[in-house]
Design a protein. Structure first.
Length: 451
């Protein structure tokens, strides 16, 4: 059977790869994994296929004897919060996050509100592959209740933060997705003047695609400049990530947002431990040094960061894509809390976004990719290790080569048939040279294997 679980959860095109039948199997397999008992909270995003898959997954959970708390349409951070808030044994969110509208996905959450480790995802996959699920008898079939999770989430978050010291004019772009249900209202409560963009719920995403890339955020950049706003804030399809646009309409790379948020959130923490991936900028090392803390690097993916925090502790986790984990708040990426911490830092500083960003050391990055069939990925990786054997390399995830003035990372994607090439340096030309070198090696290995 093809591997169901990618970097995080199961994803595919609705009614083709991800069908109601598969959603049912995932639900009953989770119930089997839980011992045919317990309580599971289930939510979904606003994609056109989400209610269909939610109902199918819930049917599987009920048939396996679980009680289900239905919280309806919610952002992913709210679902993670709801797992602990409603004292559940697990959680399920139906979402494809940043993927196009025809896609959907199913993600599982542990009782602590964090993602399922890969080992437990593989156990769910084994149950499906072997059809080893167990159905409850008619007297023990589960039942459902409905509950509001958004209200408690907002109340709890507002209890943790203070209103802004200065009013900010903010343009918020929620991608016609579930962040629209929370983020604009929350920012108003904190004292921001809000201009909303793409904040009407629509599962076809007419305003822009859910992935908050610079190409997809051109309308947000234009709106920030046209309205002389202090900042533009964008979310992906399930609001677990946040992207910042400065007052000039320029998009900040996710590492910079993560670094500013870390500086704000950990400013009173003694010797903080920051957990991030091998693909994240060295600016995090600079921030950790300022705070008297340390940086620990993991494989790419939210479950990898969460596993490190669960096993060895951590005060903040995050990735270069704009996703930040606040362990004493939630063990899931929370793009809403990320936005709140960023605007708090901006308000307190009295600076513009550009000025705030310039308080961090400058770095230049290159991000490229090349198509690579999934079946060739391990061979490509082995060949690359031979080619880089003369260098000091990190092989936690792919191959990372560090130099005094920069680094190069070559790694296979966990969700797509591509190989990624990242580089970073203190000089733009050096970053480009490293990326060119990495792509040459990648393409050369691929040509060699295809002969």
């Amino acid at each position: 059977m093809p591997k169901l679980f990618g970097t995080f959860g199961v994803r595919g095109i609705a009614n083709e790869d991800l069908t109601p039948q598969l959603a049912f199997k995932l639900g009953v397999s989770l119930a089997t994994y839980l011992g045919n008992r317990g309580k599971v909270v289930v939510g979904y995003d606003n994609r056109t296929s989400s209610e269909m898959l939610e109902n199918a997954c819930i049917s599987g959970l009920l048939s396996g004897g679980c009680k289900v708390v239905r919280v309806g349409m919610v952002p992913t951070p709210v679902l993670s919060f709801a797992v602990k808030h409603f004292d559940c044994d697990a959680g399920v969110i139906i979402t494809a996050s940043h993927n196009p509208p025809q896609w959907n996905g199913i993600k599982f959450w542990k009782e602590d509100g964090g993602s399922f480790p890969h080992t437990e995802e593989l156990e769910i996959e084994r149950i499906i592959e072997q059809e080893a699920w167990k159905l409850a008898d008619w007297q023990r079939v589960g039942s459902t209740t409905r509950a509001d999770a958004i209200g408690p989430y907002m109340d709890a978050l507002l209890d943790r933060v203070t209103p802004l010291e200065r009013e900010l004019k903010v343009v918020v772009d929620c991608a016609n997705a579930t962040g629209s249900l929370v983020t604009p209202s929350l920012l108003r409560k904190l004292g921001c003047r809000i201009l909303s963009l793409n904040c009407q719920i629509d599962g076809t995403f007419p305003g822009r695609m859910p992935e908050p890339t610079p190409e997809n955020l051109q309308a947000l950049s234009a709106a920030v400049k046209a309205h002389a706003a202090d900042v533009g804030l964008a979310q992906d399809g399930d609001a677990d990530r946040a992207v910042v646009v400065n007052e000039r309409g320029e998009v900040l790379v996710g590492d910079r947002t993560f670094a500013i948020v870390a500086s704000q959130y950990l400013k009173e923490k003694k010797s903080p431990r920051i957990v991030t991936t091998v693909a994240t900028s060295r600016v995090m090392d600079d921030v950790a040094k300022r705070l008297g803390g340390t940086v620990v690097r993991t494989r790419v993916g939210e479950p990898e960061i969460v596993a490190e925090i669960r096993n060895r502790g951590g005060d903040l986790g995050g990735e270069e894509n704009g996703g930040t984990i606040f362990p004493d708040w939630s063990l899931a990426r929370d793009g809403i809390m990320t936005i709140v911490q960023f605007v708090s830092a901006l308000s307190e500083s009295g600076l513009s976004v550009t000025e705030l960003n310039s308080t961090l050391p400058p770095y230049h990055q290159q991000k490229r990719k090349v198509r690579c069939p999934n079946e060739l990925k391990q061979e490509v990786l082995s060949k690359l290790k031979e080619r880089f054997a003369a260098y000091r390399i990190n092989t936690i995830d792919g191959i990372r080569v560090d130099f005094e003035d920069g680094w190069l990372l070559l790694r296979p994607s966990g969700t797509e048939p591509i190989f990624r090439c990242f580089s970073e340096a203190t000089d733009a030309q050096r970053a480009e040279e490293l990326a060119d070198w990495g792509m040459r090696e990648l393409e050369d290995v691929l040509r060699e294997l295809r002969r």
